[in-house]
Design a protein around this ligand. Structure first.
Ligand SMILES: Nc1nc2c(ncn2[C@@H]2O[C@H](COP(=O)(O)OP(=O)(O)O)[C@@H](O)[C@H]2O)c(=O)[nH]1
Ligand SMILES: [Mg+2]
Length: 592
């Protein structure tokens, strides 16, 4: 299926043409038929000669209903531009043209109708020139009459060519269905309709509306029940959920969009619009029209950067186009003022002086992609990038995190220095806790810190330390600890295997942390928990034991070393581990 919107001045024959092509009545309201004026969006469809089906969204042409016109055209990829042969180009012809150009509609055809009332050639030539000048081309142009049916076969054939040339939308794209109608149907609950531009909706799908989950109970397309629909299509969804949908809201794939009321954009002024932009405008996208405040970030110039604060949040992606309109102007004045291209949906706060200008400079060469986003945000989760409409191209640096390459190498260069400084400030600790490094580097996730650790740094037990560095010795310890260790070593000089008792250690102020630091510094030898000797005591013990008759018992070893079982047992086990002694049986060992 294809969807085509109408455009053109009021009373130029848009609805009549849609009626003649489809045999359906696009003006559904009693008031519309009584006044002969389209007020609301109309919907009608038909099969083209090729068999392709085309649905029309018929828009009002009256200047009072520009908002409705934009809601109809917003999500639609192609347009049938209608000009009356007897009236020619008129103000809303121009206004609709500007709107289409701003929204970036590139596909369409020109129908000069009411050709039974006047020679269509002058209006056709004029309109074709204007459309081409606005960049909406190349477009086929035809003269027709909705009244006599003249030229309608040619128009059907031209519509076939138009839809055949439309780019095929991505069936896997995330869904964003802008609601253009919402109503209750007795017995089946809430129904919404809209133009699905891309992606796929299935019965049973869970979508989101303003952050609330909604379930698709049933699905219709062109009044037929279907199980699934792929865009482009007109769809009606029967929804279940605690929701109150209305025009301008969107049903979206959960997690696939960033719903935000703040966006940084590049503003492109419309031809004929004179800056500076008013501070209060209305932003249009899809079927939504939302008041917004515009804050210019740099100098007023073509392609200027601005920050939009929307009166209510919208689901947006980078690269989305918003049309900015001045709701206050009218009567011959240009109301569509600018296009805003979304460059960031989670813009950074601007607090410092000069931050706005700096941001404008950053946005000047920004594009709607992941690399550009990472230059601003430095680190983003894959899910965040997807929700911004920029799935990452490169590989994650850690567990689903993507980084700006420059930022990542800067972090990687900083970490060794941060760890070194921590070690200097905390000589009793066996390395820098990963959490402290995370905090110091301002990172959002500890796994990022772990990913930054490269030799000679290592992580063990949640701490980062430098390996391969020679122990600093006693001089590397804090002065009080060094003093206590020296006293201990004096004690041990006379009785090298009489490890100090717990009481003596406490008296000297050597707790577990201090002892561990002294051992790391190479100032003490740790034989077992709470059992420390002078460095090298193990080699001296091994030499003494080698002189004993082999094999020997613990008790023989104890008296040879002049110590107690408290020390002898763990010391022998330590020597076993170092390969200086070995067990012979349950009670005997020998020197190796
Ligand atoms: N003679 C003639 N009248 C037409 C033709 N198309 C539309 N009209 C008349 O023009 C008026 C406006 O048409 P309508 O389709 O409502 O215009 P819209 O506002 O563009 O939708 C109506 O009175 C129509 O009957 C046509 O091709 N020939
Ligand atoms: Mg109409």
């Amino acid at each position: 299926m294809h969807v085509v919107a109408t455009a053109g001045h009021v009373d130029h024959g848009k609805s009549t043409l849609v009626r003649a092509l489809t045999g359906m009545e696009p003006d559904r309201l009693e008031e519309e038929r009584r006044r002969g004026l389209t007020i609301e969006l109309g919907y009608a469809w038909t099969a083209l000669p090729s068999g392709e089906r085309v649905a029309f969204v018929d828009v009002p042409g009256h200047e009072r209903f520009l908002g409705t016109m934009l809601a109809g055209v917003g999500p639609v990829p192609a347009v049938m531009f209608v000009v009356a042969a007897d009236e020619g180009w008129m103000p809303q012809s121009e206004e609709h043209l500007v709107a289409l150009r701003t929204l970036g509609v590139r596909h369409g055809l020109l129908a000069v109708t009411r050709a039974d009332l006047a020679d269509p050639a002058p209006a056709l030539e004029d309109a074709r020139d204007r459309l081409a000048e606005a960049g909406l081309g190349p477009m086929e142009a035809l003269a027709v009459s909705g009244r006599t049916g003249e030229g309608l076969d040619g128009l059907r054939a031209a519509l076939d060519r138009l839809v055949a040339a439309l780019p095929a939308p991505d069936p896997h794209a995330p869904v964003r269905l802008w609601i253009d109608r919402a109503f209750s149907v007795r017995g089946s609950g809430t129904v919404v309709t809209g133009t699905l531009p891309a992606g796929r909706v299935e019965v049973g799908d869970e979508l989101e509306l303003d952050g609330e989950p909604v379930r698709v109970r049933a699905l219709e397309s062109l009044k037929e029940h279907v199980e699934s629909v792929t865009g482009v299509a007109r769809v009606a969804l029967n929804l279940r959920g605690r929701i109150a949908p209305e025009r301008g809201r969107a049903l979206v794939t959960p997690g696939a969009w960033t719903t935000t009321d703040l966006a940084d954009v590049r503003v492109t002024m419309e031809v004929g619009a004179r800056g500076p932009l008013p501070a209060r405008l209305t932003a249009h996208i899809g079927s939504a029209s939302v008041p917004c405040e515009v804050r210019s970030l740099g100098a007023e110039a073509e392609g200027a950067a601005a920050r939009l604060r929307l009166a209510r949040p919208l689901p947006l992606h980078l690269g989305d186009t918003l049309l900015l309109r001045d709701p206050g102007r009218g009567h011959g004045e240009l109301r569509v003022l600018a296009r805003a291209t979304v460059l960031d949906v989670r813009p950074p706060e601007l607090r410092r002086r000069g931050a706005a200008r700096e941001r404008a400079r950053g946005l000047a060469d920004a594009s709607a992609d992941a690399a550009s986003l990472l230059r601003t945000h430095l680190l983003l989760r894959e899910g965040e990038l997807v929700a911004m409409g920029c799935p990452p191209g490169g590989r994650p640096v850690a567990a689903g995190w993507h980084a700006d390459p420059d930022h990542w190498s800067a972090l990687s260069a900083r970490l060794p220095e941060v760890v070194r400084r921590y070690a200097a400030d905390h000589p009793l600790e066996p390395g820098m806790p990963v959490e402290a490094a995370r905090h110091e580097l301002g990172l959002p996730d500890r796994r990022l810190v772990a990913a930054l650790v490269r030799p000679p740094l290592t992580v063990a037990d949640g701490r980062i330390s430098t390996t391969g560095r020679a122990p600093a010795g006693i001089a590397g310890l804090p002065a009080p600890v060094a003093r206590a260790v020296r006293t201990l070593l004096d004690d041990l000089a006379g009785a090298p295997f009489q490890a100090p008792e717990a009481g003596r250690l406490t008296e000297l102020g050597l707790g577990p942390r201090e002892l561990a630091a002294a051992v790391r510094a190479g100032a003490l030898l740790r034989v077992a928990e709470g059992v420390v000797l002078a460095p090298g005591a193990d080699a001296r013990a091994a030499a003494l034991l080698a002189r004993l008759p082999q094999p020997f018992t613990v008790s023989q070893a104890r008296s040879a070393l002049g110590t107690s079982r408290r020390v002898a047992v763990p010391l022998l086990e330590h020597l076993d581990r170092r390969g200086l002694t070995e067990r012979v049986d349950e009670v005997h060992r020998r020197s190796v």
